[in-house]
Design a protein around this ligand. Sequence first.
Ligand code: SF4
Ligand code: SF4
Length: 413
Amino acid sequence: MAALGRQTGDLVESPRAQVRVLGHDVLALAAFTLFVFTVAAGRLWCGFACPQTVWTLCYVWIERKIEGGRYQRIKLDQAPWSPVKLGKKGFKYLCWAVLALSISITSVGYFTPIAVLLREIAELSVGNRESFAILSLAGASFLFSGVLREQVCLHMCPYARFQSVMFDRDTLIVSYDARRGEPRGGRSRRVDPGARGLGACVDCGLCVRACPTGIDIREGLQYECITCAACVDVCNGVMKTMGYAPDLIRFSSENQDEGVPKPKTHFRLWSYGAVLLAMLGVLTFDLATRVPLGLDIIRDRGRLYRESWDGSVENTYTLRIMNMEQGSRRYAIRAEGEVPLQFSGDREVEIAGGSQVSIPISLMTAPGVQAASNSDVYFTVESVSDPVHTITETSRFLRPAEAGPDSGASAHE
Ligand code: SF4
Ligand code: SF4
């Protein structure tokens, strides 16, 4: 069989199986990419790529623009309700709602053409499925990123819980240089900390206030730290104001903090990297050998077989053929059974790109042919212009048990 693709016995894997295999490859690849980046550089995903973090920053930015900085927000929250407070809170929630809707409409636009979706929204004629998806996604974004924020990272996200399994002493983390910072204590810029027996930390508390998960990084590595580096930036600002060297809080590893030299080989990192490369190879192979053609065979459920007066037996099927390419293609159809079968139906079909057609086919044995009551039949669909685009699927050919030597077999599925 001139087939390009992974084969099971004589059969090319079905498109659903191919998509499933590709899905597994992509998931495994994503998992190992996460492992490699986590071992090498800590929770980069959480701090810089996770949609929850990115969207939370957008919601916080809106809040800061409308309600002001941390102290102004606390003051506003504690103040009694007034037209000013009502106006600020109402405007904030309105802006949040617009942001949430824009996020959800963009997301749904990946599955429904965005131009069509926007026109339907403008005409208030959005379908039920899209309406449900838009409203539920917008609600989730508003609730998780706007209202709950870091609570999602702390109490709902499973990744925070198993990150420690991936960390080792050479993993890059955000850490506080306690040897340089302690003993901490307030002082004026003119005071020499050495003369007062103080470290570089002025105990201003800005790193704690800047932290989206509300932790104090000076207490050491904590699972709540999402490596966003907000504390690094704010502390560097303090160091600059005080005229001290930067990087009291910085990216480093536990070994680096303790002055242990960096190992020449980072075994865990190289192991994950090797598996990642292997997964990439497997994904590339699966993509290269994918057959962009699908075939489903549906037997006539109403009648298992039809027997003629001369002893011939007929089975009917519907072939659903999917062209998963961009352009249209012409396909030839053939069927082979364990006994010779007469083919009745279209032998060729033209299918537009990205669409499918259903073709009724019937197969018939010649009169007097002896065969099993239940035997395999193979349908092959092959591109006329490019025979490597071929797919074969199997089905059953049924006949009355008493008509063949295999009289014990049932004619019913
Ligand atoms: S921002 Fe820097 S100086 Fe201020 S408390 Fe935090 S570590 Fe100390
Ligand atoms: S400790 Fe620093 S890096 Fe970690 S989450 Fe808080 S601000 Fe971000």
